[in-house]
Design a binder for this molecule. Structure first.
Ligand code: SAM
Length: 247
């Protein structure tokens, strides 16, 4: 890399934030061994063997070591290993790796996911993580999820995409969704989404959607959309289509 590029990289706030996250993980490590000590490894191996020949793209979740490490990072970045007793809702929780680690740290968790690929259900059962089976849809309220949460997360989201139409939620869909989520937010709660890349465009959101997240109080960094203190009301209505009215 040329010197100019190197300087540009060092001065980029993105590099700084990433570096700071890495440093914090080193300063407050989270060893996986004790967190996995209660897991039935024989049952886990049985599940892995059952899906060994599957061609479904979600079969990658049998490579559990990779996902333990990835979810450990998520926990460290949210600081959830430095507190206990928080209520956490994870939307599109998949196999429940993130939530299982949280239960071992003394948090109370609820997952939500569609019941599409049975590997996720098998892992959720093995981990003993409570999971609501539900398909999130644009302009459709969530089911009753009980008491409020201190953290609401969604990693590598898929619910914001219509596979048939290869279309992604815009500000109106997200606005409806966030307004609905608000009833489950405890005072001072945090909301974190990491978005999947849009397939055709290769980016995470349109400039308009980024503006929308910022206007509701998020910090936005590549795939990461983080509301560190609840949600702000949306005021910038002008250029965005409204949701269809219910007759
Ligand atoms: C890429 S996986 C990510 C799983 C997990 N969050 C992780 O990061 O390991 C996307 C997840 O979203 C779930 N999902 C897809 N569409 C959904 C919908 N409409 N409502 C709820 N969950 C959905 C999938 O079943 C899958 O578990």
């Amino acid at each position: 890399m040329k010197l100019g590029q190197k300087i540009k990289k060092v001065l980029n706030p993105l590099s700084y934030r990433r570096g700071w996250r890495r440093t914090r993980r080193l300063l407050w490590p989270l060893p996986l061994g004790p967190l996995l000590a209660n897991l039935d490894q024989d049952r886990l191996r049985e599940i892995q063997a059952r899906y060994a020949t599957s061609t479904n793209h979600y079969v990658k979740y049998t490579e559990v070591d990779r996902f333990w490490r990835e979810n450990r990072k998520r926990i460290q970045d949210l600081g959830l290993h430095r507190c206990t007793g928080k209520r956490v809702l994870d939307l599109g929780c998949g196999g429940g790796f993130f939530l299982y680690l949280l239960t071992q740290l003394g948090h109370e968790v609820v997952g939500l996911d569609i019941d599409e690929f049975p590997l996720f259900g098998d892992l959720i059962n093995l981990f003993g993580v409570p999971c609501v089976v539900w398909a999130i849809e644009a302009f459709k309220a969530l089911p009753d999820l009980g008491a409020r949460f201190d953290y609401i997360t969604a990693f590598a989201t898929r619910f914001n995409r219509s596979a048939e139409r290869d279309w992604y939620w815009g500000p109106s869909e997200w606005n409806f969704f966030l307004n609905d989520l608000e009833q489950y937010l405890a005072p001072g709660s945090q909301v974190f989404f990491s978005l999947n890349r849009r397939r055709r465009e290769g980016d995470y959101y349109t400039p308009e959607l980024r503006e929308f997240f910022l206007s509701r109080g998020a910090t936005v960094e590549r795939d990461r959309v983080f509301f560190s203190n609840g949600l702000r009301p949306w005021t910038s209505h002008s250029t965005v289509a409204r949701p269809p009215s219910k007759k």
